[in-house]
Every structure is written in C-alpha cells, then in structure tokens.
Design a protein around this ligand. Sequence first.
Ligand code: S3P
Length: 182
Amino acid sequence: MNESFVLIGFMGAGKTSVGRVLSDQMGAPLLDTDQMIEDKAGMSISHLFETRGEDVFRCYETQMLEELLSSRADGPAVISTGGGLPMRAENRVFLHRLGIVVYLKAEPETVIKRLEGDTTRPLLAGNNALQKVQKLMDQRGPVYEESAHVIVSVDNKAPKEIANEILNKCNCENTEQLGKQR
Ligand code: S3P
C-alpha cells in the first residue's frame, strides 16, 4: 500500500484508535491533526476553544493540512482528523490530495456510548449530548459521505476489525477507480 489513509468522521467514531492499528499494520506514521494543533498552540483543544474560540481552532486545522501537504513527500502515513475538519471546502480539497479518504461512519448511539464521561470535546459539553450529536451529524453526515473514497461502518466493531476492513476494501477496490473519484 503506497498511499496514505486519511480518516474522517464524527467525534468518537474511533479515528485515533483505528489509526493506531492501521499505522502499526502498515508500518507507517500516525499523524493526528488534533495532536498537531495541541503541540502548535501549546494547549489542549478545550483550552484553545475556551480562550481563543472555535474560529481560531478551525484556522489551525487548515494550517495543519497545509503543513501535512508540504511535509509529506516521503512514504505513506495514516492521518487522523478532527470531526469538524471536513466541513471547510478548502480542507476537503487538501484531504483528497493527502490520500485515500476513509469515512468511519457511526450511529449517534455509538458516539454517545463511546464518549460517555468524556470532557475533552467542547462541542458536546453540557446537557443534551444526544441531541447535539444528532444535530451535528445531520449537518456533517452528507459532507463526510461526499468527501469519502471509502465508507466503513464502525458500530459494534473493534478497531482491529475496522482497520482490516479498510485494508481489504482498499486492496480490492482498484486504485485507478479511487483516483477517478477524486
Ligand atoms: C471536533 C472534534 C474533535 C476536535 C474538536 C472539534 C468537532 O476531534 O477536533 O473538539 O468539531 O467535531 P475528534 O473528532 O477527534 O473528537
């Protein structure tokens, strides 16, 4: 597999945990846009939202993609992205240039179950988490679907199973076809 994988999808869909398994299996580095932003900003995502606002965070996301594109000349990588990153049209162009875009598709109930007790997602802080998830998913679902070369459903599956499914799908689906869809 010479191409990089770019994992997109909702918070709690398992992009980071699946990314870890994929990166082990491929022997390729795992690059996480949220982690890159935290390193660059010198603070947690929650603190960044709180002190500088969501718009600044979104600008960091675009900047990280630009950095990834200019630094990723050598070999494949697995890139895990923040759940809201594909919502900017310019980011979607960058994602396609970075590699095979894989949408990890989760039902709202899966997200809620996985993020129970989590305090690191500012967009889901406070009450009515399920309603918030559903509303955001309604907005984002079609964009994720449209941006993805490959869609993998993640409900009730372990990261290893999901990683294997991604590798199987991408080995089977001929890369020429993927190229045409981009
Ligand atoms: C966000 C998702 C988070 C993080 C930030 C905003 C979003 O990443 O980027 O809290 O807008 O959905 P994960 O998808 O890794 O949770």
